[in-house]
Design a protein. Structure first.
Length: 378
């Protein structure tokens, strides 16, 4: 009989019928729902997406199931990790947005954990904020036969959200690394291991306040995905500590060495001097080093005239003067993400809770913020 779209059930009724079918059968294929409801596949997929985003069903390849079900063990239990016994001799895939700045220690940490469990880590590099490339690399790893995935995908935009939904439906454990699902996917059952970047910014602000600073600016690079969290932490700490407002001292600059960097860094230093800002939180080390270089040319000495705390500590110790730094625990983060995936792979049954692991960064005190500012005149 020809399907008549104008007689289709209302959305709420369709979704209740979908839930009833899943409750009855445990797992239902999308093609069966299309036939049962008498609507198009597009309509069914839209309903299923809404139900999955609310945590009421779990998407599978070509179908849906109840959110929780027992699963058979997939690998032999091995050594004890941070989250329980780990699967051994597993092939673990990892997709990162870069194999340069920030990510090498994370990759090394993951490799250390997988090797300790006699497994193998297979890594693929994607691109920043490119869901299509993320998807391509993830599919390549699945075709390669990986048994677990560590992924740092894009998380904003429709394509990224759809990829996250797919990750939640895979038949292998998936751990997000330095990423969390956006608020619209609050019930997406994906494990995640992240760094508390906002809290790290707050640690830097508090350290500078203990040295007597009240005017503390923020300098970030334009392309860094960490900047948003650092800005939130800087602002929250300033509010909590009742620091005076510093309009114009939340500044985005080009990376050190890029066209226009010297002029931009000179402007930051001059603006800070005009506003009485004598302390900066800078992301990252190379930008902090660039500010020190421009400061010398302008007669601004660190730490005599300006205190600097850098965020990252890739090369902070080699700066002149050495940089006080907030240091994310990148190697440990990679280790914990891999241990989480291997423990999930070894888990028997449906007792595994979703893990959202957050590591605090450490602050390493060196010479670049060592001068306590003199008391204000008057």
């Amino acid at each position: 009989m020809e399907r008549q779209e104008h007689t289709m059930p209302l959305a709420a009724e369709r979704q209740e019928r979908i839930l009833a079918a899943v409750r009855q059968h445990g797992m239902v294929r999308l093609a069966e729902l299309v036939a049962e409801l008498g609507v198009t596949a597009v309509t069914v997929r839209r309903d299923v997406t809404l139900l999955a985003d609310r945590g009421l069903v779990r998407r599978l390849h070509g179908g849906i199931a109840l959110p929780h079900r027992a699963q058979a063990p997939r690998a032999r239990e091995g050594p004890q990790g941070a989250y329980g016994p780990m699967a051994t001799r597993a092939l673990v895939g990892m997709v990162v947005p870069s194999v340069e700045y920030y990510w090498p220690p994370v990759i090394q940490g993951a490799h250390t954990a997988v090797a300790a469990a006699e497994g193998r880590l297979v890594m693929r590099a994607s691109r920043w904020d490119d869901p299509a490339e993320d998807r391509r690399q993830i599919n390549a790893l699945l075709e390669r036969g990986v048994q677990a995935l560590l992924v740092a995908p894009a998380t904003s935009g429709d394509a990224a959200v759809e990829l996250l939904r797919r990750l939640g439906s895979f038949g292998v454990p998936v751990v997000l690394v330095e990423r969390r699902p956006p608020p619209g996917l609050a019930t997406l059952a994906l494990d995640a291991a992240t760094t508390a970047h906002a809290l790290g910014a707050g640690l830097a602000v508090r350290h500078l306040v203990t040295l007597g600073h009240r005017g503390i600016g923020l300098v970030t690079t334009r392309q860094s995905p960490t900047s948003k969290a650092l800005r939130a932490g800087w602002r929250e700490a300033a509010r909590a500590l009742e620091l005076p407002p510093h309009d114009g001292m939340d500044v985005e600059v080009p990376s050190y060495g890029e066209p226009g960097w010297a002029e931009a860094y000179t402007d930051v230093l001059r603006r800070g001097r005009e506003r009485g800002v004598r302390a900066l939180l800078v992301h990252s080390d190379r930008e902090a080093i660039g500010l020190i270089e421009r400061g010398r040319d302008l007669g601004v000495e660190v730490p005599r005239d300006l205190a600097i705390v850098t965020y990252d500590d890739e090369i902070g110790a080699a700066s002149d003067p050495p940089l006080t730094a907030v240091r994310p625990q990148k190697h440990r983060l990679g280790m914990l993400a891999a241990q989480l995936a291997l423990a999930r792979l070894a888990e028997v049954g449906d007792e595994w809770p979703v893990h959202r692991v957050e590591l605090w960064p450490n602050i390493v005190v060196r010479e670049s913020c060592g001068t306590v500012p003199p008391p204000e005149a008057g």
